[in-house]
Design a protein around this ligand. Structure first.
Ligand SMILES: [Zn+2]
Length: 233
């Protein structure tokens, strides 16, 4: 299904053409208690993709925040070949969608995986990275503040954790503890790493500041579907 979309050029590749297909299913919409407008923007976040590079709005928002942090108007594909990119130590936790294949062009880039790599106890040295990136991972971590505290620990002072989580903007964050299990991933092929522990809302920034970050910026590529956060250590 195609939907007409007015989006700024893709921040990953610079392309300007997008396609859309809905990705949410009935059970998840019911468990998440989404209104039709909320379901619509989450569908855009996850299911509207750039024809040029295949990035969805979520990945493009993450690239946009990353590039804004570096005050760059280049696309991510261009930026990774700049001199400043060669000086950075970057950590990606889980493949950040389609960004992974672009980020690996940064010489100091490292990719680790959750849950093999425990996000709440990272086996990594303190103060060793300039940037930590992750995309739609924290809703699956049982203690997101603990996970973000670990991200801050491995960052150098002034470094940034740039990330996305699905945010329902018109409500506050809800823990799913005590509720029926909800998973992101098709019912036929879910595993425990896809279990949702936290449904983030408008107070998402509190998690970053609770984890000891000194600044938290919310960046909008496409409001409210494409939001990303920059937490500065
Ligand atoms: Zn693109």
């Amino acid at each position: 299904m195609k939907k007409p979309m007015t989006l700024s050029p893709c921040r990953v590749c610079g392309g300007g053409h997008f396609t859309h297909h809905d990705v949410l299913w009935g059970d998840l919409i019911a468990q998440w208690d989404l209104s039709s407008s909320e379901a619509q923007y989450i569908n855009v976040q996850q299911g509207t993709t750039c024809v040029g590079c295949g990035s969805n709005v979520r990945s493009i928002a993450l690239a946009d925040a990353f590039l804004r942090y570096h005050h760059s108007t280049l696309s991510l594909r261009e930026w990774v070949h700049t001199p400043v990119a060669r000086t950075l130590q970057t950590l990606e936790i889980n493949e950040a969608g389609t960004l992974s294949g672009v980020l690996e062009n940064i010489p100091g880039h490292r990719l680790v995986h959750y849950p093999e790599y425990d996000m709440m106890a990272l086996n990594l040295e303190s103060n060793s990275f300039d940037i930590v990136l992750h995309s739609d991972t924290f809703e699956h971590v049982s203690d997101p503040v603990k996970g973000l505290t670990e991200c801050r620990r491995v960052l150098r002072k002034g470094g940034a954790c740039v990330f996305t989580v699905p945010i329902i903007i018109g409500r506050l964050t809800k823990e799913r503890q005590g509720l029926s299990a909800s998973y992101h991933g098709h019912p036929a092929c879910v595993d425990e790493s896809m279990r949702v522990y936290t449904e983030f809302g408008a107070d998402v920034w509190c998690f970053a500041l609770s984890a000891g970050f000194v600044e938290c910026r919310l960046v909008s590529y496409c409001y409210p579907a494409g939001l990303a956060l920059i937490a500065v250590a």
